[in-house]
Design a protein around this ligand. Structure first.
Ligand SMILES: O=C(O)CCC(=O)C(=O)O
Ligand SMILES: [Fe+2]
Length: 303
């Protein structure tokens, strides 16, 4: 007798007929198997703030000299014609500038080193209470004079629906490689929004990622839901010098505006997922997205 393969329970329904909100079913800061919180670079007060607000900031995660190295690497990646032609590069439809480059930790030794730096991976392990692997990495270049923003979304909504992450045990870091001003399209988060999951209305079209990486549509919250969330939680804008960083939970409602200033807002984003939360089949999409956008097995822990 054969039995149907075991299906991982769907704790966070989304992309159905209507928008539906579900209380978070998972911890924000995960304990180790012994029940204790892991020790690491984050102190207790910061960790409690992360649990409450869904984010924490670090004024200088990397030094000015290191910023110079990563900035040069970013410039190399976006000007290399081979990389521009690679499917991992996303081009702005109007300006034809490079908007994002995915999988920079595989394209570049420098970014690989950044990922495994104890200041970086150490914080991810501490928040997630386990070993971690990279679910996604990208640079978001946001050049001046018109780079478009990222509409409001929860990353976990997409990662659950389209990449098959079962639980909210995933954390992102955005490291500024240029100064993030109040004016050049910095990251905005609704503090505390990570405690509620907003399941979005509408089925996922085939090859949705091709369009959604330029402009998101499926997985977009309604105006009503965003108004309620913003009224309840407010909106925080993150500014900081090059080298500063924002860590944020996978279910934060976040986004960023266009950059019409002359000053690029170029950040590197690294998404760490717990080794205890490995991707399965998508929960609300016909097939998983390509592995340069959402890692597929085998998963390799960052050490
Ligand atoms: O670059 C930004 O401002 C936001 C990016 C973002 O939310 C994402 O890449 O998922
Ligand atoms: Fe995002």
């Amino acid at each position: 007798m054969t039995t149907a393969p075991e299906r991982t329970a769907d704790l966070y329904p989304t992309r159905g007929a209507t928008e539906v909100s579900t209380p978070r079913q998972d911890p924000v800061v995960w304990a180790m198997p012994d029940g204790e919180r892991a020790k690491g670079p984050i102190d207790d007060a910061e960790l409690s703030g992360f649990e409450r607000n869904g984010f924490l900031t670090v004024d200088q995660l990397i030094t000015p000299d290191e910023v110079d190295v990563y900035r040069a690497e970013l410039d190399r990646l976006i000007t290399d014609p081979v990389i521009r032609a690679d499917e991992r590069s996303i081009i702005e439809p109007t300006s034809q500038d490079v908007r994002s480059v995915f999988e920079v930790h595989k394209l570049s030794e420098a970014f690989a080193k950044l990922v495994s730096d104890p200041r970086v991976v150490g914080r991810a392990q501490q928040i997630l209470g386990s070993e971690v692997y990279v679910h996604q990495s990208r640079i978001n270049v946001k050049p001046g004079f018109g780079a478009s923003g990222f509409y409001w979304h929860s990353d976990f909504e997409t990662w659950h629906a389209e990449d098959g992450l079962p639980n909210m045990r995933t954390v992102s870091v955005s490291i500024a490689l240029t100064e993030n001003y109040a004016t050049n399209g910095g990251l905005m988060i609704m503090p505390g929004s990570h405690h509620t999951f907003l399941g979005c209305a509408g089925a996922t079209p085939k090859d949705n990622y091709k369009k959604s990486l330029q402009m998101q549509d499926a997985g977009t919250p309604s105006d009503e839901a965003l108004t309620k969330l913003a009224d309840a939680h407010g909106i925080r804008l993150f500014t900081g010098r090059a080298g500063s960083a924002t860590w944020f939970d996978c279910n934060c409602m976040h986004g960023s505006g266009d950059n019409i200033t002359p000053y690029p807002r170029s950040n590197v984003f690294i998404v760490f997922n717990s080794m205890e939360n490995q991707a399965v089949e998508p929960f609300a999409a016909p097939v998983p997205r390509p592995d340069f956008i959402g890692a597929r097995p085998p998963f390799v822990p960052v050490r």
